[in-house]
Design a protein around this ligand. Structure first.
Ligand code: 3VV
Length: 194
């Protein structure tokens, strides 16, 4: 069974997403938005270390290999970890819009179990934008980019200012992030609009 709820249907005044002119070129690795991000950060030993690559338009692909630390049932990926992989992949679309946005709603279908050791091949795209609301979807496949579907998600991201993180994040991590010029550069890269 699948099908997303009414709140994930774009409204009548929604428009097509526009790829930012300074978005990374198709094929480019997007890199981590934050060193300690559980989804993409190199500084998280048990994190997903998801690697996303820009596609054409407002779309991308990503890969994530399920590690023993990601188990739910013996030898199988935890559903919450798979939702994280989908969330992170969808969040990476921010790089192509050059907009900072956070997940408001994420609906996930689990279609096939995902064994430890599997590389999940993910693909995501923005389908519509309505004001601050960004509608997107993602799919994760086994055995390669054209393999059988294991997981799917529909999502609504909501645009926020960088202040969202500064206002709500724990002060010690915010202080460390703000004193790291590379982190500040990455945060700025999202907020430069045409
Ligand atoms: C230099 C130092 C700083 C460093 C910075 C680092 C750089 C960072 C760069 C990039 C970060 C990317 C990170 C990606 C990580 C992966 C993605 C995640 O996991 S994000 C974490 C999980 N998500 C949250 O924690 C959100 C928690 N929720 C909230 O904060 C708020 O609820 C928020 C912002 C989502 C909305 O709150 P409102 O007060 O701003 O806006 P309202 O008016 O409530 O909503 C706006 C519109 O969206 C709809 N909406 C909101 N939530 C909805 C929902 N759950 N379902 C349906 N519609 C929803 C509303 O109905 C409204 O629609 P109508 O304009 O009236 O048509």
């Amino acid at each position: 069974m699948s099908g997303s709820s009414a709140s994930l249907q774009p409204p009548a005044d929604a428009v097509k997403p526009v790829r930012h002119p300074d978005a990374p070129a198709p094929g480019d690795l997007l890199g981590a938005h934050y060193e300690h991000c559980f989804g993409c950060g190199p500084g998280q030993p048990h994190g997903l270390h998801l690697e996303a690559r820009a596609g054409e338009g407002v779309a991308l692909t990503a890969e994530f290999t399920v590690q023993p630390a990601h188990q739910g049932a013996p030898g199988l990926a935890h559903g919450g970890v798979l939702a994280t992989a989908l969330d992170e992949t969808l969040g990476s679309l921010n790089w192509l819009l050059r907009t900072v946005a956070v997940t408001g709603r994420l609906e996930t279908d689990y279609v096939r179990p995902v064994p430890v050791g599997t590389t999940l091949h993910l693909a995501a795209e923005v389908t519509a934008v309505a004001g601050r609301k960004i509608y997107s979807r993602a799919v994760g496949r086994l055995d390669g980019p054209d393999g059988p579907v294991a997981v799917r998600a529909d999502a609504l991201f909501v645009e926020v200012k960088v202040d969202h993180f500064i206002d709500h994040g724990r002060p010690e991590e915010i202080r460390a992030a703000m004193s790291d010029p590379d982190q500040v550069r990455r945060a700025r890269a999202f907020e430069v609009n045409p």
